[in-house]
Design a protein around this ligand. Sequence first.
Ligand code: OSB
Ligand code: MG
Length: 345
Amino acid sequence: MTVPFGGPSLADLLAGARVVSLPMRVRFRGITTREAVLLEGPAGWGEFAPFPEYDDAEAATWLRAAIEAAWLGPPTPLRERVPINATVPAIAPQQVPEILAPFPGARTAKVKVAENGQTLAEDVARVAAVRELIDNVRVDANGGWTVDEAVTALDALTADGPLEYAEQPCATVPELVEVRRRLAEVMNRHGRRRVPIAADESIRRAEDPLKVVRTGGADVAVVKVAPLGGMRRLLSLADDLAGHGVPVVVSSALDTAVGMNAGLAAAAALPALPYACGLGTGGLFVTDVAEPRQVADGSLAAHPIAPDQTRLAELGAPPERAQWWLARLRRCYELLAVSGDAWDE
Ligand SMILES: O=C(O)CCC(=O)c1ccccc1C(=O)O
Ligand SMILES: [Mg+2]
């Protein structure tokens, strides 16, 4: 089906728009409340929730993904369930068991490290506490280390066990290339396997998401539906990455249950899914817009779920925030209308 621009008008979009504000259990990415616009269209629901600091040009890509979900619907699934990782925010080691409790059967945990104001010793202690409960651990530094800091930290974090990979240890592509090279030396000296490097921000916030791979900066690619402009765009990038021998890990952008539908649908449609996906972040909310999906045997059911009307009413954002989001949606819509691309590409 082709839905060229003009399928949904701005009035169509606004007619089915609900602005919600979800309280979080713990601070994540420096936020304690996650706001989103949910759009209802003929094919289901879509989520528009670019982080508040993003400019309109970047946010417009997220709107494209929301429209794809609500006006085109998901691509053809190849599996019914999607394995997920537990996500561990930059919390104290004593809190680790309660954070892991909602992830029964998860065999992989992703641990946030390099948080502002924290030390390497705190990262080492948090990772050790997670390893007591889940063997396979990956870390995510969100670009917070320099090259020297990354090499030191990843050396320390692999003294007591391997890491599946390190996500975005440094901010830039040349730094990732350098970390990968220096890690190979250090790990070789210690007789350890080099920690693979995963790119996240270097993919989702890049003009050219393949650059980091072509340059030799990443072994694994973290891919997210909204910043890439939709499920089909994610699948097409994953295909290009596979051509470079780079596997993908589908992850959430701290999505509500509606955004998670799109991440799960994209993961369910990928020909290969060698890694657990970062789509288990629903548990970071106190309440979500739908009955929470249950993790069973470390995986989630991939079929879409509609938001619950009672929850939508309870989670409605304050009027001034709703106005802010709808004004942003209008501006992003204008940017997409000018660019004039089709929704099914
Ligand atoms: O990958 C996961 O486990 C969850 C997703 C996640 O960490 C995340 C969520 C919102 C914003 C940024 C990030 C990130 O991966 O850096
Ligand atoms: Mg990340």
